[in-house]
Design a protein around this ligand. Structure first.
Ligand code: CUA
Length: 157
């Protein structure tokens, strides 16, 4: 079978790139131990209900006036189901799952994470606009996935 010279160059180029990227990926996974984005904290998914502060999910007010919100995701709900915070509050979300991978997405904001069993993901957001926000699971997690949501109420100050 005759393969044109240019065809051979392109094939060599393509295969070289493929091998290079796979090698890079393997190197990053082993050397830098690839983890979920911003997920540096590990947690035993079977012990979430007994691991502080996830044994009491919800809102904590810090001395500097900002907040921490601890969330547990499990089929098919978020705990807490409702969060009430004042306008302009700076909230850092800490999210984990006890069972399967869930999504943690608040439309209208940049809060967009995955709730991964075994890991705690975090993201900070300042709620400038008062009103009701939806918190939705945007990772397919099972038969009740479409009904998995929570609410965040941002009250006017
Ligand atoms: Cu939880 Cu989809």
């Amino acid at each position: 079978m005759h393969i044109h010279r240019y065809e051979r160059w392109w094939m060599t180029f393509g295969i070289t790139m493929l091998v290079a990227f796979l090698a890079l990926l393997a190197f990053a996974a082993v050397e830098n131990s690839i983890v979920p984005p911003s997920g540096m904290q590990q947690i035993d998914p079977k012990l979430v209900a007994r691991t502080p502060p996830f044994d009491h999910p919800g809102l904590r007010r810090l001395s500097d006036g900002s907040y921490e919100a601890y969330y547990v995701a499990q089929v098919f709900a978020f705990d807490p189901p409702l969060l009430v915070i004042p306008q302009d509050a700076k909230v850092t979300f800490y999210v984990t799952s006890t069972d399967v991978v869930h999504g943690f997405f608040i439309p209208g904001t940049a809060v967009n994470m995955m709730a991964v069993p075994g890991w705690v993901n975090t993201q900070t957001h300042v709620f400038r606009r008062a009103g009701e926000y939806l918190l939705i699971c945007h990772e397919y997690c099972g038969i009740g996935h479409q009904s998995m949501f929570g609410k965040i109420e941002v009250t006017k100050r």
